[in-house]
Ligand binder design. Structure first.
Ligand code: ASP
Length: 439
């Protein structure tokens, strides 16, 4: 058994958190490759080291004094080193960083130092070897990520090592220029390491016990999801549920490596297992409920629309030309509705309406804003009768008017559109019927 373990910023924010991480790793010798984030927040209004680095580098670029800011960052690490009782110094590294900041070496380099330094501390603490991600995670000259070369470099390096610490979030071009992934990118690094060593499991340790069935800001103490498929996760993340960086899924999914989301502060919890496929039925008919707010529906009406060839194409082309992504498109015989994000649509609204009039000469166009979409997702739906019926009766009992319905052909999800004001109550009603009462 070979595991890759990635720890998020809150799991590594202080010496006390490091100790929990050390216990987790030492408890299971198959946890051989460790991917750390930079130290995160220790308390709610604390600042993440990555953000401190961005701030410090911005000062350096403006040729303002940055020594004090860099000193504060050093103190964050020193506190951890002292708290762990390590005989280890980052003085030389901070000297190099100071020189490189003065040379304005790059914003990505600056941000990457959070993970780099934390990786060094982690390696010293665990007695594992440190592998600089700049040597094994490769970006192309144009800044895009190069998965093939990365996999070759990472496999060659790590397969010859029993244990290693590989900092997350960054890599480098062939000439050594450091490049980072987007924020939260250590999840991606962990996934790349898991692929390269052909791990049996990629454990992603964070501060929640996996995915919850519904948003805890809306539903009180929702239950967590034990097993979820990659497809279900995609549906839920699209609707706003986020624990994992989206790009972290692809490398491991392709190789059939499951991801286990675990909680550093509650290691006894099993967390959520993300798998390609499973015969395990979820406890409830549904796996999760997620939703997002802020949609506009543009409903176009025209008599005999169904027999007018090219009608939809002409309308869709207008959205394409205006670079607006269409989220959903329910249609009737003489109507078609287009759901888009309000933020993207608002400023181009009048232009688009004029273009639609010109292109297809509709009888009527109606706009409805402040809509929310809610996805009820579950692999169990395919084999269960009456899921849609239960959704609509739950919403009807809660006096919620359904504005739109869309069932994906995979029968993995049912999406309902409701008014913004009904959004939270709708999610609560759905949670109640599928999870609490299970009727
Ligand atoms: N430290 C980086 C961030 O704050 C990357 C990560 O934590 O995954 O976004």
């Amino acid at each position: 058994m070979k595991k890759v373990v990635k720890f998020g910023g809150s799991s590594l924010a202080s010496a006390a958190q490091f100790k929990k991480v050390g216990d987790i790793i030492r408890k299971d010798p198959s946890r051989r490759y460790v991917v750390p984030s930079a130290p995160g927040k220790r308390f709610s209004d604390d600042t993440k080291v990555t953000d401190m680095l961005y701030g410090c580098y911005a000062a350096a670029v403006k040729e303002k004094k940055f020594a004090e800011q860099l000193e504060q960052i050093k103190e964050r690490y020193q506190e951890i080193i002292d708290g762990l009782g390590l005989d280890f110094s980052l003085d030389d590294d901070f000297d190099t960083i100071r020189i490189n900041f003065s040379k304005k070496i790059g914003r990505d380099y600056a941000a990457s130092r959070g993970e780099y330094l934390n990786g060094k501390v982690m390696a010293a603490y665990l007695g594992f070897e440190f592998v600089d991600a700049a040597e094994v995670v490769r970006f192309n000259d144009d800044g895009s990520f190069n998965p093939e070369v990365t996999n070759e470099l990472l496999s060659a390096k790590l397969n010859a090592m029993e244990n290693a610490v590989i900092p997350g979030f960054y890599g480098a071009k062939e000439d050594g220029t450091v490049v980072t992934f987007s924020r939260g990118g250590s999840d991606v690094s962990g996934s790349l390491v898991a692929l390269a060593v052909n791990a049996d499991l990629y454990e992603n340790w964070t501060d929640v016990s996996g995915f919850l069935i519904a948003d805890p800001r809306i539903v009180k103490k929702p239950k967590s999801i034990e097993t979820i498929t990659y497809k279900e996760l995609r549906e839920l993340s699209y609707m706003g549920a986020s624990v994992l960086h989206e790009d972290a899924i692809f490398p491991v999914r392709k190789a059939g490596i499951p991801i286990n989301i675990r909680n550093t502060n509650a290691p006894q919890d099993k967390g959520t297992l993300i798998v390609e496929g499973t015969c395990r039925q979820s406890k409830y008919t549904i796996t999760g409920i997620a939703g997002t707010d802020g949609f506009v529906a543009i409903t176009i009406e025209k008599a005999m629309m169904n027999s007018e060839i090219g009608f939809c194409r002409k309308v869709l082309q207008i959205f394409e030309e205006n670079e607006i992504s269409i989220e959903h498109m329910p249609s009737g015989i003489d109507t078609m509705s287009i759901f888009v994000h309000k933020d993207a649509f608002e400023e181009k609204e009048q232009k688009i309406l004029a273009q639609i009039h010109k292109a297809v000469n509709p009888d009527h166009i109606e706009l409805e804003s402040d809509l929310a979409l809610i996805a009820v997702v579950g692999r169990g739906m395919r084999s269960t009768r009456g899921t849609a019926g239960r959704i609509f009766s739950a919403l009807a009992h809660a006096h919620i008017n359904v504005k739109m319905i869309d069932q994906g052909s995979s029968e993995l999800n049912i999406i309902v559109g409701v008014r913004h004001d009904d959004f939270k109550n709708a999610i609560r009603a759905l949670y109640e019927i599928f999870v609490v009462t299970q009727i």
